[in-house]
Each structure stands twice: as C-alpha cells, then as structure tokens.
Write a protein that binds this ligand. Structure first.
Ligand SMILES: C[S@@+](CC[C@H](N)C(=O)[O-])C[C@H]1O[C@@H](n2cnc3c(N)ncnc32)[C@H](O)[C@@H]1O
Length: 196
C-alpha cells in the first residue's frame, strides 16, 4: 500500500473517517502528563487535533499528501510531515508517546520499520499501538482488493520483539464505539513502555 493507494483512498470522498479521536487514544492518554508525541499515520488528523488540545506537542506523519492537506487545514501548531516511514527513518528516542492507530506495518525479515517505530520512543516513553482484531475480519468479497491483516504486525509480534528494556502495560481486546468500515471489529490495544 503505497502513497498512490492512500491518496486514492482519501480522494474518494471529502472525509474518510469520523473526525473524532480514536476511543483507545482517549482512554489511554486522558490525564497523562503531556510531552512530545508522534501520531504515526495521522490520516485526517482527528487524533493529532485531540492530542494538541490536551497540551501535547504533536508531530503528525502520513504517507498521503491528500490526507495531510486535509488535516493541516486546522491546527498550524502541529508539525505535519509527509513521509513513508518504511523509507524515511524516524528520529530516534525522541517521543514520550508514539501513537499508531490502525497503522499497517508490513512484515519484514529484519523488522526494520517496526524497530524504527520502537526506536522513536524516548526513555521512559510509550508506544500505543492499536489495530483491528484480525480474527474478526469479514471474508473477502473481492480477492484483488482484499486486505489481509495477517500480512501486518500484530501486537503479539511486537511484544515478541521487545527486550528487557520494555514493559507491557496494556495488552487488551476491546469493543469499539464506532464500527470500522461498516463492520464491528474489536480493537487490539497494546501499550509498551521503555525504561527511563
Ligand atoms: C487506516 S489509516 C488510519 C488513519 C488514522 N490513524 C485513524 O485512525 O483514522 C492508516 C494511515 O496510515 C498512513 N500510512 C500507511 N502507510 C504509511 C507509511 N509507510 N508511512 C506513513 N504513513 C503511512 C495512511 O496514509 C493512512 O492515513
């Protein structure tokens, strides 16, 4: 799924997502002391807006220029950056929180992109990784455009890569308040923290 794929997806409608911050983000981050946050795959920016309103200093990254143009129409204080993180490395040990909601990271033999995401977490900081429960995906209607969730890292695979420096704080399956693409797919919510 390259920039063209995502630009076309966002270009199909004036607004793709609800405009509301994700449930798991609000649950996990409300009341947390704000710092530097990276919103990975920020899309139309609803999570980034919410984080900025909570006092976080937000860097929001997405591969899609269409999504970023839409998102950046509000909140100029957010640092909006277009990047493909499979190609452009993230700054190391820089963020108190790296937030990735429904952000697809395709499997790689050396886990380079996933390791880059983990590396971006500052000492004492956390990665919040939220994905759709792959066991609940509907049977493909159209094999050509079928999204195979198992082609992408699942929370358990992230946990398996962590060394002693990391603590798993949250590893849950949760109901969503809003359906995903018309289907009520549960969230897998993972929060892991690097030692300070
Ligand atoms: C399913 S959307 C989720 C958007 C947003 N996080 C949300 O919850 O509404 C995944 C997002 O990741 C972005 N994305 C996918 N691959 C990327 C990559 N390699 N580098 C940066 N962004 C990427 C897409 O453009 C898209 O906006």
């Amino acid at each position: 799924m390259d920039q063209q794929f995502w630009d076309e997806m966002y270009g199909e409608s004036e607004q793709r997502f609800s405009g509301l911050p994700n449930d798991a983000l609000v649950t996990e981050v409300t009341g947390v002391e704000p710092g530097q946050v990276l919103d990975l795959g920020c899309g139309e920016g609803a999570d980034a807006y919410w984080l900025a309103e909570q006092g976080w200093k937000v860097t929001a990254v997405d591969i899609s220029q269409v999504a970023l143009d839409r998102a950046a129409a509000g909140h100029p204080e957010i640092s909006w950056q277009r990047a493909d993180i499979t190609v452009t490395p993230l700054p190391a040990r820089s963020f108190d929180l790296v937030s990735a909601h429904y952000f697809p990271i395709a499997h790689e033999p050396d886990h380079a992109t996933l390791r880059g995401v983990l590396d971006a977490v500052a000492p004492g900081g956390a990665l919040l990784f939220v994905s759709h429960d792959p066991t609940e995906f509907p049977e493909p209607q159209d094999h050509q455009h079928h999204f195979d969730p198992y082609a992408y890292y699942q929370p358990a695979e992230i946990v398996a890569l962590l060394d002693d420096e990391w603590t798993v704080e949250v590893d849950d399956v949760r109901d969503r308040n809003r359906p995903a693409a018309g289907h009520q797919i549960k969230d897998l919510v993972l929060r892991v923290r690097r030692a300070g």
